[in-house]
Design a protein around this ligand. Structure first.
Ligand code: 13P
Ligand code: SF4
Length: 285
């Protein structure tokens, strides 16, 4: 079998994209070569906003299933392709609509806030949907809620509860990639790079968040890295983001908090699977 070089794959993807009037949206955790063919790279909130505004006929979504599903909900008239259907988010699978309905029966007055990392069926059972970029802002506005049930990420929920001072019932879900970042990883990196700003994602454990200088979504980290006075950053999130941080800021230094913070499902999407899905319009969400 003759394998295509990256340059050949990219040339074919570019031609097919034009033919299909497609746009390629890519999450910050994707492989570097996939980020490099993107029309837009961003966090969950930015990608859903981008999907909602695009005038393309086809959206090739390089991320995980709930992200492509969100794009499809926002753009029901467009074809949304997920190049590998196995690219799911394990945290999103930690809550089902059935189990959420049961929990709601225990707390009939609760306002249900779901993290965007959840299925469409779970979103349909919820009152509000947030991302890591706007969760604190949205929960702050729930001034009349007597009870708040937050699903599925207990750590993001805990962070939001701490920031807003609101008591919340937390679903026991978590991100298997972010919990690999340990407090000692941050302490070690801080000792090695005393000038660096330690920035972590709110999906991290509270003990990790307690050691951070900033707690931000991946889009927030990208914006912070552009600031003039920042020279070094300890990055407490999935390591795929390092590619973009270094590419956009070649004069600055970025240190992953832990090399273990890898999301294997995000890495299922490759130039080959992007080409294949565009060629055959396959894996429609
Ligand atoms: P962001 O919205 O910050 O990009 O996070 C998405 C995600 O899946 C984090 O694990
Ligand atoms: Fe899900 Fe965690 Fe992967 Fe994000 S990094 S997609 S939360 S498993």
């Amino acid at each position: 079998m003759v394998e295509n070089s990256d340059a050949e794959l990219i040339a074919k993807i570019t031609a097919l994209k034009k033919r299909a009037n497609a746009v390629i949206l890519v999450h910050n955790y994707q492989l570097g070569e996939v980020q490099d063919i993107a029309d837009f790279v961003g966090d969950s909130l930015e990608l859903s906003q981008k999907a909602a505004r695009t005038d393309a006929d086809v959206i090739v979504f390089c991320g995980v299933h709930f992200m492509a599903e969100t794009a499809s909900i926002l753009c029901p008239d467009k074809i949304v392709l997920l190049p590998d259907m196995h690219a799911g988010c394990p945290m999103a699978d930690m809550v089902t609509a059935k189990r959420l309905r049961e929990k709601k029966k225990e707390h009939p007055k609760a306002t249900v806030v779901c993290y965007i990392n959840s299925s469409a069926a779970v979103k349909a059972e919820s009152d509000i949907c947030c991302t890591s970029a706007n969760a604190v802002r949205l929960v702050e506005k729930l001034t009349n809620a007597s009870e708040i049930l937050f699903v599925p990420d207990q750590y993001l929920g805990n962070y939001v509860a701490t920031k807003t001072g609101k008591e919340m019932i937390l679903w026991p879900g978590y991100c298997p990639s972010h919990i690999r970042i340990q407090p000692q990883d941050i302490s070690r990196q801080k000792a090695e790079h005393p000038q660096a700003k330690a920035v972590v994602h709110p999906e991290c454990r509270p003990e990790v968040i307690a050691l951070a200088d900033e707690v931000l979504s991946t889009g927030g980290m990208i914006r912070l890295a552009r600031e003039n006075d920042l020279e070094e950053m300890i990055v407490g999130t999935e390591i795929g983001i390092i590619h973009r941080l270094r590419k956009e800021n070649p004069e600055k230094r970025f240190f992953p908090a832990s090399e273990q913070a890898v999301c294997p499902r995000m890495k299922l999407i490759t130039l080959e699977t992007v080409l294949w899905s565009l060629e055959f319009m396959t894996n429609q969400v």
